[in-house]
Design a protein around this ligand. Structure first.
Ligand code: PEP
Ligand code: MG
Length: 536
């Protein structure tokens, strides 16, 4: 029996046989091409063939994994057709006189490395997409065939799992996923979560394990190869208990989130992508309480355009089928920065230039984001949420900008929605002055992650002071109670969207205080619903 520790991606358990998906793409050697025209023609033909196959895979995958995940194939098709990518391949073929396969491999490596260096895990994991389309193209150019068929239920083990590759497999035959590379936000990870499969990454894969029995412990990030009888029995019992627990929670799906005395506590979801929003809808979220939009900013050379944002927000609205969507404006700065933002180096970035402070200092990106939100509002029930507000003058400025942008759109005859405004209560100042802020907005969302760090003077990312960072501290509880009281006196609703909202040991207290809604990660929705239903 060997136990290897990795990083947990999805907290599930499985026992089964390992199947090794070998990496069949050796580095391509630089090959001079005899006939440049023939290489260019081969590349264009391969491109057309790959795009055709990807569109076919898209159609086949929709019924298997849903529109949103299947959309990956559409995105891959667009990437193959992307002019920058194709342009670089063709330039290499022309100027360096290399083969099409080599030019494709080198171009893919260039873009994959560029994305892999990005700070944000979401964009880092997009380098997988580049690698995958590159491999599809080189396979066609070299005449390789790599499609795998599963004949029995297995635990997949691979250095890296390309998203499309995973989606092409027969899902009823996948028990779990173990990879060496890949992040928590990679497609394989998203798919594992969507299919509720145990998944771990960071495991140094050994091909000799192929065919061996193994346990995947996605709760503790463990792979146990050749488990002994005792270990196997322990896990079999755990799996059984987990199934019972899941069945219990699944039974709650159609039931309302309300206390024993029938007080309704809507459960909303915190999401950071369109795929998360779809997962939230499936888990019964009554809407999106917090759409973290920073993921749109952390790649590329500049802020995302108004159009790009408009399309993404519309996709989120579509994913939750018309339920309310609260879009938080960019919460950049501190640990979320890209080079084009030219943010200053700071000694205390959490107390520095971040969130709404950046938006108000660099108005144009903020105005573009508000326009995108207002326009998306015409397609659903949309609210806008401002992060880290701490002074009343900020709120006056925000209200002016919001009104100006709305009027400009209306004057231009562009449809806008009736978008309501809210602020995150994350600073003690906003909490203490909540009666004042209530005059500007129709809802508050309490960000207990930041509120705790600012109130208790304990950095949320500094493990040394972790014992001081306590969202259950009485000072935090009293501050939440103060905000709720002032909000309700002034006709403003309050939700909690920090991690405390998903902590079932806090649910009864939050409900007692009078919080109107809770917004939690999609996979916490059902456990929080159970906690709400147990409240008096
Ligand atoms: C919070 O601060 O509680 C919050 C929800 O915002 P974030 O975790 O994105 O800072
Ligand atoms: Mg915050």
């Amino acid at each position: 029996m060997i136990t290897i520790s990795g990083q947990a991606v999805h907290r599930q358990l499985a026992i089964g046989r390992l199947q090794y998906l070998s990496k069949t793409h050796p580095e391509l050697l630089r090959m001079p091409a005899g006939d440049t025209e023939a290489e260019l023609a081969a590349f264009r033909k391969a491109k057309a063939e790959v795009v055709g196959r990807l569109r076919e895979l898209y159609r086949e995958s929709v019924p298997k994994v849903g529109e949103l995940l299947a959309h990956t194939f559409e995105i891959h098709a667009m990437m193959v057709e992307d002019e920058a990518y194709s342009g670089m391949v063709e330039t290499m073929i022309n100027s360096e006189k290399v083969t099409a396969a080599y030019a494709v491999a080198a171009t893919g490596r260039h873009y994959a490395q560029m994305l892999a260096q990005m700070e944000d895990p979401y964009f880092r994991s997009r380098s997988e997409d580049i690698r995958e389309i590159t491999e599809r193209l080189t396979d066609v150019l070299l005449g390789n065939h790599h499609e795998v068929t599963l004949t029995e239920p297995v635990i997949l083990m691979a250095e890296d799992l390309a998203p499309g590759e995973t989606m092409q497999l027969d899902h009823s035959r996948i028990l779990g996923i173990v990879t060496h590379y890949g992040s928590e936000s990679s497609h394989a990870a998203i798919l594992a979560r969507t299919m509720n499969l145990p998944a771990i990454t960071g495991i140094a894969i050994r091909d000799e394990w192929d065919g061996h029995e193994a346990v995947v412990d996605g709760e503790n990030g463990l792979l146990i190869v050749d488990p002994d009888a005792e270990t196997k029995e322990v896990y079999e019992r755990k799996i059984l208990r987990k199934r019972q627990e899941e069945d219990e929670l699944a039974a709650l799906l159609p039931l309302p989130s309300e206390t024993r005395s029938h007080v309704k506590i809507p459960l909303l979801a915190n999401v950071g992508s369109v795929a998360d929003a779809a997962a939230a809808a499936e888990m019964g979220a009554e809407g999106i309480g917090l759409l973290r939009t920073e993921f749109l900013c952390l790649a590329g050379e500049d802020y995302p355009s108004e159009e790009q944002q408009f399309e993404t927000y519309k996709s989120v609205i579509a994913a939750v089928q018309g339920k309310p969507v609260t879009i938080r404006t960019f919460d950049l700065g501190a640990d979320k920065r890209a080079s084009y933002m030219q943010l200053p180096e700071e000694d205390n970035p959490d107390l520095g230039f971040r969130a709404i402070r950046i938006s108000l200092a660099e108005e144009e990106p903020f105005r573009a984001q508000l326009r995108a939100i207002l326009r998306a509002g015409a397609y659903g029930n949309v609210s806008v949420l401002y992060p880290m507000v701490s002074a009343e003058w900020e709120m006056r400025r925000i209200s002016d900008i919001f009104r100006e942008e709305k009027e400009k759109l209306q004057e231009a005859g562009i449809p806008v929605g009736d978008v309501s405004q809210g602020i995150m209560i994350e600073t003690p100042a906003a909490a203490i002055l909540s009666d004042r802020f209530a005059g500007y907005v129709s809802f508050f969302s309490i960000g207990t992650n930041d509120l705790t760090q600012y109130l208790l003077a304990a950095d949320r990312r500094n493990l040394t002071v972790a014992p001081y960072y306590d969202p259950h501290h009485e000072a935090v509880t009293r501050m939440i109670a103060h905000v709720v009281e002032e909000a309700h006196k002034n006709g403003v609703t309050v939700s909690v969207c920090g991690e405390l909202a998903a902590d079932v040991t806090a649910t009864a207290e939050l409900v007692r205080i009078g919080v109107d809604a809770l917004s939690v990660a999609p996979n916490s929705l059902l456990s929080v619903k159970r906690a709400v239903r147990e409240c008096d």
